[in-house]
Design a binder for this molecule. Structure first.
Ligand SMILES: Cc1cc2nc3c(=O)[nH]c(=O)nc-3n(C[C@H](O)[C@H](O)[C@H](O)COP(=O)(O)O)c2cc1C
Length: 206
């Protein structure tokens, strides 16, 4: 099955700081579920993206190394925070901060992932934009392994790890962060008790 690939254009989509963008995938990253706000922001209907690989949103400005580290962490059963530039159906872009929930079956095997996204703070975008551009340039010239080595050096110099670095960028304990955290918990508990019935999706924070 072939999926639509929009032509990127340099126009940003503004995201409400009061809403979350949610998607659920199988273990290979194939989309199983998206909430209404996912559709509003990305411009895709749910029927267009269910069954598609999540890379349908991949923006060419995003280095592969970031997704490599993200997958490494969630496949290991650990949440990770990622700051991601996404490509909408219109070709416009939007920046999000993403957290993951890892769901397991009765045998303890990972069966699906849920991504919760909110608008990325301008400060966080500013901090990663230059780094991502550098990683991308290295990847184009020397491959992903070289960009991972560069990233390791970048983090070592700052005496931090990838997840500490990301957490530091997105975790100032603002009121919004706390409200988001509450909303995410509520979403999670409702969805797990209802199985796949996400009855409180798109609930606004304030
Ligand atoms: C739950 C979940 C959510 C994801 N969300 C995004 C996303 O919003 N944007 C994106 O580019 N990749 C997302 N990915 C990663 C993609 O699966 C993929 O690894 C990435 O787009 C890089 O594409 P590539 O592996 O084809 O290079 C997500 C993966 C999972 C498991």
């Amino acid at each position: 099955m072939r999926f639509y690939r929009p032509l990127p254009r340099d126009e940003e989509i503004n995201i409400s700081s009061k809403k979350i963008i949610v998607s659920k995938t199988d273990i290979s990253g194939r989309i199983l579920y998206v909430n209404d706000y996912f559709c509003t922001v990305s411009g895709y209907e749910a029927s267009e993206v269910v069954g598609a690989p999540h890379s349908i949103l991949r923006h060419p400005d995003m280095p592969r190394a970031i997704f490599y580290l993200m997958w490494q962490s969630i496949q290991n059963g650990d949440n990770v925070t990622a700051i991601v530039k996404n490509l909408a159906k219109s070709g416009k872009y939007y920046w999000v901060t993403t957290d993951f929930e890892i769901h397991r079956d009765d045998m303890g095997r990972i069966e699906s992932y849920i991504a919760f996204r909110r608008a990325a703070a301008a400060k966080a975008i500013e901090a990663v934009e230059e780094l991502y551009a550098q990683l991308l340039l290295i990847e184009k010239k020397h491959g992903m392994l070289a960009s991972l080595v560069y990233l390791k050096g970048y983090l070592n110099e700052r005496d931090t790890t990838y997840s500490e670095f990301m957490d530091g960028l997105v975790k100032p304990k603002s009121l919004m962060e706390k409200l988001f955290s509450l909303m995410k918990n509520r979403f999670y508990h409702t969805s797990s008790s209802n199985n796949n019935n996400y009855s409180d999706r798109d609930r606004e924070v304030a």
